[in-house]
Structures are given as structure tokens and as C-alpha cells.
Design a protein around this ligand. Structure first.
Ligand code: DGL
Length: 268
């Protein structure tokens, strides 16, 4: 048993898709979440910048004596997982491997699509992970850079016309060519309903926020690190726009959020 909190971070709101699932799977756990809203998006930036940001995010979370770091961000997991694992004294959970396993298990045609940020797609990490599992898979990547600003600005309602036009722009070419689609950015499950409508029935959507949470839950269980009962709590911190974050996070998590802390992340 280990009663220290679970540390989770992302560039902004996207990692809440992992928090939502973590709270469902492990309701006793205390969670400390950091969303780097002041520097979002990460997915348009290169490895050096993302490594620096991720190192600061991790140092901030380690200040809460967390027992695990959950990188609820495909972009960081694609280019900075090794650095994160080397610098962290506690276990680090990334996104890519568990999402690739879920996609590999789901596909029947062997044709998998990957949606992600520019950095995630150009890193080739999903192709590598999928081909390591099944060399015969056909993997088609598609960068969807406008999805993150849509979500961060609250344009994620199922009937949002702007989001729908952009989703068609990204997805129309993929429709009918894959039977499994990895939502390879934790912001994208927030648009899942719309993506499902466009892709049509019979396409399995892999929610990377959910997969990361399941991976973290497995790790805590296997290593005997689960909390010893009691009610779980969640604390939220961001690097800018606390009010916007609180408003949108409450919608995404389905419950009000109190006291979002503002962090000067450059100081870490
Ligand atoms: N939600 C993150 C991801 O999974 C980052 C998106 C971004 O900041 O560009 O990739």
C-alpha cells in the first residue's frame, strides 16, 4: 500500500480524459494534475522544447511526493519518455505502448489509423510500437493540429459546426480505409462522438486517455502501490487561465472543480 498521490500531466485539458478514467477505476486515489495551459499546444514543438517542458512538469509534480508520474500526453510520450523515465525517481507511465496494444488487439483488417499532433505523427512512435506487435499491420498517420485549440477553447460540443468542418477535413480521407483508429492525442477523445459519427459504425476508436489510466492502474496494482482505502481527492494546477480551465474541466469531468492553482512553471 502507498498513500502518496498520483501525478498526472498534459499540455492542457486533454489529460483530463485520463483523470476521468483513473477516478472511475481507482476512486480511492488522490490525484495531482498539472495542465501546462500557458505553453499549450506541445504538439507543434520540437523534441528539445518538449523535453524541457516535460522535465519542468515532472519536477513540479515530484514536489507533491507523488508515487507515479502519468504522462497523459501522446506528444511527450512520443519524444520525451526516455528522458522522463531517466530523471524520475518514481515510475513513469506513457501512452503509446498501451494504446498500440489495444489497437493491435482490436483490428481485424490489419489497417490502423493514427490521429495525433504533428510531433506525435512525425515521430513515427506509433508505427514502431504497432509493428513491434504485428509487423504486417498497415498504419496510416494523420496530424490534426487544429483539434487541440478547438478543445482548449471549448469548441467540443457534438453539434459544434466549426469542429465538424475541421473533423471532416482530417477524417474524410481515412473513412473506409481503416477499421481501428487511435485517438493519439489525449485531447481527441473529447471529440470522440463527432469522430465516431464521421468514421461510421465498425471502426474501433482507441481512447488514449483511457488506455493510459488503465496502464497506470495496472502498474499501481502490480507493484503494490494502491492507496489504503478512503475517499480520493483531486487537485488541479495550470500555468495560465485558471478560470477557463476550471469551467471547461468541470464540463469534461462532470463535477465542479474548486481552486485551480496557478503555477509559474518556468521556475521549475
Ligand atoms: N494532449 C496532448 C497529446 O496527447 C498534447 C496536445 C498538444 O498540446 O498539442 O498529444
Amino acid at each position: 500500500m502507498d498513500n502518496r498521490p498520483v501525478g498526472v500531466f498534459d499540455s492542457g485539458l486533454g489529460g483530463l480524459t485520463a483523470v476521468r478514467e483513473l477516478r472511475r477505476l481507482l476512486p480511492n486515489e488522490d490525484i495531482v494534475y498539472f495542465g501546462d495551459t500557458g505553453r499549450c499546444p506541445y504538439g507543434t514543438k520540437g523534441r528539445v522544447t518538449i523535453e524541457r517542458f516535460a522535465a519542468q512538469d515532472i519536477r513540479f509534480l515530484l514536489g507533491f511526493n507523488v508515487k507515479v508520474i502519468v504522462i497523459a500526453c501522446n506528444t511527450v510520450s512520443s519524444v520525451a519518455l526516455e528522458m522522463a523515465s531517466e530523471m524520475s525517481p518514481v515510475p513513469v507511465v506513457g501512452v503509446i505502448e498501451s494504446a498500440a496494444r489495444a489497437a493491435s488487439a482490436a483490428t481485424k483488417s490489419g489497417k490502423i489509423g493514427v490521429l495525433g499532433t504533428f510531433t506525435t505523427i512525425t515521430s513515427g512512435r506509433y508505427e514502431q510500437a504497432l509493428h513491434a506487435l504485428q509487423p504486417s499491420l498497415t498504419v496510416t498517420g494523420r496530424a490534426c493540429p487544429m483539434f487541440v485549440p478547438l478543445v482548449e477553447n471549448g469548441y467540443f460540443g457534438r453539434d459544434c459546426r466549426v469542429a465538424e468542418i475541421i473533423a471532416h477535413e482530417y477524417l474524410d480521407e481515412l473513412r473506409g480505409t481503416v477499421d481501428t483508429l487511435i485517438l493519439g492525442c489525449t485531447h481527441y477523445p473529447i471529440l470522440k462522438g463527432m469522430i465516431a459519427d464521421i468514421m461510421g459504425d465498425g471502426v474501433a476508436l482507441i481512447d488514449t486517455g483511457r488506455e493510459t489510466a488503465m496502464e497506470a492502474a495496472r502498474l499501481l496494482e502490480h507493484r503494490g502501490l494502491l492507496k489504503d482505502g478512503g475517499d480520493g481527492s483531486a487537485r488541479f494546477f495550470v500555468s495560465d487561465r485558471t478560470d477557463d480551465f476550471a469551467r471547461l474541466a468541470a464540463i469534461l469531468l462532470g463535477s465542479p472543480i474548486e481552486n485551480v492553482g496557478l503555477v509559474k512553471i518556468d521556475q521549475y
